[in-house]
Design a binder for this molecule. Structure first.
Ligand SMILES: *[C@@H]1O[C@H](CO)[C@@H](O)[C@H](O)[C@H]1NC(C)=O
Ligand SMILES: *[C@@H]1O[C@H](CO)[C@@H](O)[C@H](O)[C@H]1NC(C)=O
Ligand SMILES: *[C@@H]1O[C@H](CO)[C@@H](O)[C@H](O)[C@H]1NC(C)=O
Length: 250
């Protein structure tokens, strides 16, 4: 039985740490790689299904599945969920939401802008299962980045991605993880790679263009490519497989 450390996300309504006990997990990427993959049924057979930010299932079931057990959401994506609160917090009321964000937005003293939004949401939807990351959790995740890359996240001017927070949580909670639709660190330098939009559910910048922009942004970017290198390393120690596209980690 999985019992999280004191750094684990805490609930907004029941003031309890998150406890998850998953066997075979599926992490579904938001990437345009998911388009046309028709793995929805396979994904839905996993014991715990993880999604990120506001990635929809409605209208994309055949490719991405219909169930969501845990949704890990960035503080910047909370307003996107709140555009459709009846769907996310009422209809999808079996989903657990884990919101990550910096202390300035998540503080509980009335000045945390995102925390305040979530608090209001729980007042309106008392059954919504919303957990937030603690300050301790945030520095724990920064620490993992430093340990794995040798780089200080703050000094390098970058932000961790929602994928990073999802991975760390899922490695604690799952016996095995199947990641769908995530590209590896060399994908965008591979001859003849498949060009897809960054998200499966919206038109927009090409995925690799977005990755390069972020990786080289002097300030405020996500180090998506660096993070993928670390995920590949973790996959050697944990039961993690990546498909659509396939990674060969051995
Ligand atoms: C949970 O969602 C179902 C439909 O998805 C709905 O019938 C039910 O009333 C909801 N429960 C609560 C407590 O909101
Ligand atoms: C990708 O991996 C899956 C599962 O391991 C396998 O069934 C499939 O044949 C692989 N596809 C390619 C294109 O290698
Ligand atoms: C990374 O992805 C590329 C393109 O799909 C593939 O050719 C390569 O084998 C992958 N590398 C690893 C280590 O999985």
């Amino acid at each position: 039985f999985t019992h999280f450390s004191p750094t684990c996300p805490v609930s907004l309504s029941v003031f309890q740490p998150l406890q998850l006990d998953c066997n075979r997990c599926a992490i579904v990427s938001n990437s345009g790689q998911m388009v046309g993959q028709k793995v929805g049924n396979e994904i839905d057979q996993s014991s715990c299904i993880w999604r990120m930010n506001n990635a929809p299932t409605k209208g994309y079931e055949e490719d991405v599945g219909r169930m969501t057990m845990i949704r890990v959401v960035s503080h910047t994506s909370v307003p996107l969920l709140l555009k459709n609160p009846d769907y996310f917090f009422k209809e999808a009321n079996t989903t657990i939401y884990v919101i990550w964000g910096p202390f300035r937005n998540m503080r509980k003293d009335g000045n945390g802008i995102v925390y305040n939004m979530l608090k209001k949401t729980v007042d309106i939807y008392p059954n919504a299962q919303i957990y937030v990351t603690t300050e301790k959790r945030m520095s724990y995740c920064d620490g993992v980045f430093k340990k794995e890359t040798g780089k200080d996240r703050v000094q390098s001017g970058s932000y961790l991605s929602t994928g990073w927070f999802t991975f760390i949580l899922a490695m604690d909670a799952c016996y095995g993880i199947h990641v769908y639709g995530m590209i590896n660190d060399t994908y965008c330098k591979t001859e003849g790679y498949r060009k897809v939009p960054y998200h499966y559910y919206e038109q927009g910048r090409d995925e690799c263009d977005e990755y390069f922009l972020h990786e080289h942004a002097p300030y405020g970017g996500h180090r998506f490519i660096t993070e993928k290198k670390v995920f590949a390393k973790w996959a050697k120690k944990h039961r993690i497989i990546f498909t659509h596209p396939n990674w060969t980690v051995s």
